[in-house]
Ligand binder design. Structure first.
Ligand code: GDP
Ligand code: MN
Length: 378
């Protein structure tokens, strides 16, 4: 789960990381009022969960409160990389001397968190890694010991940070580590961490990704989820406990098991098709879960065919078949459907589905080929 910039920065601030003064606005009038209250130049920043907002015109510097209102109005009517802007952050503008990158993520190979820093901040770190990798410093963190002072100093030296800023940098680096750890984050990033002309360090941008598997013990963070920006179908799916991710293709997929769902998508691609979604209905799916899943798949207008790929293990094929039948009666789909049932009680499952108007397949290859050709025809 991603947090917005303003949410990340509020958390940073609680851990002693300095952030600019500012507040969130949903209208131009609110933005104007905030600018007035701040009484300085402000930056108006779109709050959308993608990077590169600056380049997309989603960040503007306003010198007066009238300008703040004008820019907020413009930005609030924008879409950035397909996401509508619903809120802007109005922050006191900072006089920038230098921009640093500072972030923590997991280093899978080392099985440890890694702190990454660079003197070339402000641009995406992937870009820096490609063009000037020598400007990137990395330090592995022992999760039990935490980030040690000497490590933070090594980083400060590695990015050639002005000595006068080291104490502040140490506090920020250690604060960021604490944030990362306490929030069960998989990414905590400040880009840019700026050095102001007065040699103060300030986190101008913030980005956090929280491990979804930890949300059960991160209640406060879980409540910060912005469902505005998620596809409505994904929100609906979560309500039914389905793992669903909307994609751009035209073959709806209903599969039990995440691995099988991935395989199904791969094989659809292999035969020249394109999946409309990832969907794992999970083990022991009941008929109301199956019909919810079908409803969600069919609300996508791109869907030209549906492929059911069910491997009966703990989930019994006859139960899934009953679920599919109930779902079809409820949803009345008008696209061709290909079904492959294998495993426990598959025979009975097929018998149950015999009356339904469905195309059957024995193997995954056959199922995928049929779904692809149906989708192409449709
Ligand atoms: P991103 O493009 O989505 O990563 O948004 P950022 O918050 O990182 O902002 C992009 C760039 O805008 C920064 O790297 C800065 O160069 C600039 N910027 C952001 N806030 C300020 C500010 O307060 N003052 C000045 N002068 N520039 C800013
Ligand atoms: Mn940034």
């Amino acid at each position: 789960m991603k947090l917005h910039e303003y949410q990340s920065k509020q958390i940073f601030s609680r851990y002693g990381i300095p952030i600019p003064k500012g507040r969130v606005a949903a209208t131009a009038d609110e933005a104007k009022q905030i600018a007035k209250d701040l009484g300085s130049w402000v930056v108006i920043k779109s709050q959308v969960l993608v990077g590169g907002r600056g380049k997309a015109g989603g960040i503007r510097l306003a010198k007066t409160s009238e300008e703040a209102a004008e820019f907020a109005d413009q930005i609030l009517s924008m879409e950035i990389k397909g996401l509508p802007v619903r809120k802007v952050l109005v922050d006191e503008a900072a006089p920038i001397e230098a921009e640093i990158y500072l972030g923590i993520t997991n280093e899978r190979n080392a099985r440890r968190p890694v702190m990454i820093s660079s003197s070339a901040g402000g641009v995406e770190i992937e870009e820096v890694a490609r063009t000037t990798p020598e400007k990137i410093v990395k330090i592995l963190i022992d999760p039990l010991l935490g980030l040690r002072d000497y490590q933070a100093r090594d980083i400060a030296a590695g990015i050639d940070l002005n000595r006068e800023c080291w104490r502040q940098f140490l506090q920020i680096a250690k604060g960021l580590w604490q944030v990362y750890k306490d929030c069960d984050a998989t990414l905590a990033e400040i880009n840019p961490l700026v050095v102001t002309t007065g040699l103060k360090l300030l986190a101008l941008d913030g980005k956090m990704v929280i491990d979804d598997n930890a949300l059960f013990r991160q209640q406060q963070l879980a409540e910060m989820r912005d469902s505005d920006i998620e596809a409505p179908s994904e929100i609906e799916a979560r309500r039914y406990g389905l793992s669903f991710i909307k994609l751009d293709g035209n073959i709806g997929c209903m599969v039990n098991g995440a691995g099988l769902a991935m395989t199904t998508m791969d094989i659809i691609k292999l035969f020249g098709g394109s999946p409309a979604n990832f969907l794992d209905i999970g083990g022991g799916a009941s008929s109301d879960k199956v019909s919810a899943a079908l409803r969600i798949i069919l609300t996508d207008r791109n869907v030209k065919a549906v492929l059911y790929n069910i491997f009966g293990g703990i989930t019994r094929c006859d139960e899934v078949a009953r679920g599919i039948l109930a779902a079809i009666q409820e949803v009345k789909p008008n696209v061709p459907m290909v079904v492959r049932l294998v495993g426990t009680n598959a025979e009975e499952g097929r018998r149950i589905l015999a009356d339904a108007d469905m195309i059957t397949a024995e193997t995954l290859v056959e199922a995928a080929q049929k779904a692809v050709s149906e989708a192409q025809r449709g």
